[in-house]
Design a protein around this ligand. Structure first.
Ligand code: SF4
Length: 264
């Protein structure tokens, strides 16, 4: 059990790849920051082509040593992350379905691997990056849908992106422009008024240039931060400026978990 001490101290010997370890640690200890205080201590040491991770937590020491796999293009990152993953996973009992992957673009990663390993891509993802079969299938299906979407595109087709830069909380890995909000937040109504004007102006500009808007994507941020009334108002604005009979794809991003709220 956790002693209650928070914070993770990282000691690196013969390597400076703290970025990957910090990103990976968020999967196992999402509420812990890195600190000089002694709570949990991870020491990663490079000895030749082997990375050794030693994790001390609650009086128990967990160890793993991983050799740089010669057959993987980013073998050093793979080995250092694998060693850290091993000790974190053993200590917490957690296994991530995305394995060693952290961040927000697994599809890009799959496509990068495909360019290097061809039909061995999924084997490499499973063996070296510990991605589960279910997640690999999700990547494969998403890429197939993307290819279909590209095939459906016609000359002059355009997409409208609507940003809702508000979230109920801030994820540690986030690099998006987003404001943490609460029920009391006053920025949203003001933002929506300007946004509605912008939607009208952009839709008019697209029409004048002969573009047909076929996709509306609402991202952010977390669009479901809006109340149902605000969302309804926004969608009515879109419908009043965009020919909805031309839309074949309308999506919202739902980043942080939020129900659609019924109140204003
Ligand atoms: S939900 Fe998305 S946009 Fe919002 S803080 Fe998290 S990662 Fe960033």
């Amino acid at each position: 059990m956790d002693s209650g001490e928070t914070g993770l101290k990282l000691i690196l010997n013969n390597t400076d790849d703290s970025f990957d370890i910090v990103a990976l640690s968020n999967l196992f200890f999402p509420r812990d920051g890195f600190t000089e205080e002694k709570g949990k201590v991870l020491t990663v040491t490079r000895n030749g082509d082997v990375f050794e991770a030693v994790f001390e937590w609650n009086g128990t020491v967990y160890r793993s040593a991983r050799k740089i796999p010669a057959e993987v293009h980013d073998g050093e990152r793979c080995a250092i992350k694998r060693a850290a993953y091993d000790v974190f996973s053993e200590a917490t009992g957690i296994e991530s379905p995305w394995g060693l992957l952290s961040g927000v673009r697994p599809i890009r990663f799959y496509e990068t691997l495909t360019g290097i390993y061809g039909d061995k891509t999924e084997e490499v993802m499973a063996k070296h990056y510990l991605v589960t079969a279910e997640k690999i299938e999700l990547c494969r299906n998403t890429i197939a849908h993307q290819a279909e979407a590209r095939r459906n595109n016609r000359q002059g087709d355009a997409a409208m992106y609507i940003s809702i830069p508000f979230c109920p909380s801030r994820c540690k890995y986030c690099s998006f422009v987003s404001q943490v909000t609460g029920d009391e937040n006053k920025l949203i109504p003001e933002y929506l008024e300007v946004l509605k004007e912008e939607i009208g102006a952009k839709a008019a500009s697209a029409r004048e240039q002969g573009h047909r808007i076929t996709t509306v994507y609402m991202g952010g941020g977390t669009p479901t931060t809006l109340s149902a009334v605000q969302m309804d108002d926004l969608m009515k604005t879109v419908a009043s400026h965009v020919d909805v009979s031309s839309l074949w794809n309308t999506q919202w991003r739902r980043g942080a978990p939020t129900p659609l709220r019924r109140k204003n």
